[in-house]
Design a protein around this ligand. Structure first.
Ligand SMILES: Nc1nc2c(ncn2[C@@H]2O[C@H](COP(=O)(O)OP(=O)(O)OP(=O)(O)O)[C@@H](O)[C@H]2O)c(=O)[nH]1
Length: 196
């Protein structure tokens, strides 16, 4: 079965590949600003659905299309990617020593069958110094990721721990996708593209 990842995220692609799935990538190009809601989980789900539907309309109905979107909920605010270095520094100065929730919306679609799930992972941030924040932001990494941090990159040293799924923080939850595929009648292991 053809799997299509409706995301430009290299981290999502790498996660699926490491899990045995070789998706085609089609970037939706949708305008994410068209979705407004104050609930982080609902926002992530709605954006995932928007991306998934936009790509599903471009491919054959038998393909399994996966759309995702990640946001960080922190003290009543919703953080996507920071606008720039100053915002990234300001966020880290607030986040350090505290916790947030990384919500990733997942939408899978095959033909007219569609499922949406939001998975949430609590993230505990280390008490990083101003110098560490400045050095991290200067690498540019925080500017390209939801919440201005990674758990599997340079930011990993600044995450004390998580409660929930690791890959959900990276950008897609594999056990959630497995459940969603099963609920569409697709055994997860049938999606594996294992080199002989
Ligand atoms: N490697 C890594 N990437 C992360 C982490 N947290 C968030 N991201 C990335 O941050 C990005 C979140 O922005 P989104 O709007 O969900 O996705 P995007 O990268 O814009 O790509 P689209 O799905 O095409 O919109 C995704 O690429 C995630 O993979 C992390 O801990 N590690």
């Amino acid at each position: 079965m053809r799997v299509v990842l409706a995301s430009q995220s290299p981290a999502r692609l790498a996660t699926l590949r490491s899990a045995g799935i070789e998706p085609d990538v089609i970037v939706s190009g949708v305008d994410e600003d068209q979705i407004t809601t104050t609930d982080a989980g609902n926002l992530a789900a709605a954006l995932a659905q928007l991306k998934c539907r936009a790509v599903a309309a471009q491919v054959e109905p038998d393909a399994l299309v996966i759309g995702c979107d990640s946001v960080l909920a922190f003290e009543g605010e919703i953080f996507g990617k920071p606008e720039g270095p100053d915002e990234a520094v300001g966020r880290w100065r607030r986040m350090r020593g505290r916790s947030g929730v990384l919500h990733t919306g997942h939408c899978v679609r095959r033909g007219e069958d569609e499922l949406i799930e939001t998975a949430s992972t609590i993230v505990h941030f280390a008490d990083v110094t101003d110098d560490e924040i400045d050095a991290y932001v200067a690498t540019g990494e925080p500017l390209h990721v939801a919440g201005a941090f990674t758990i599997d990159g340079l930011g990993g040293a600044f995450i004390r721990g998580i409660e929930g799924d690791h890959h959900n923080v990276v950008g897609l939850s594999l056990p959630v996708l497995r459940d969603m595929a099963r609920d569409l009648g697709i055994p997860w292991t049938s999606l594996w593209t294992l080199s002989s």
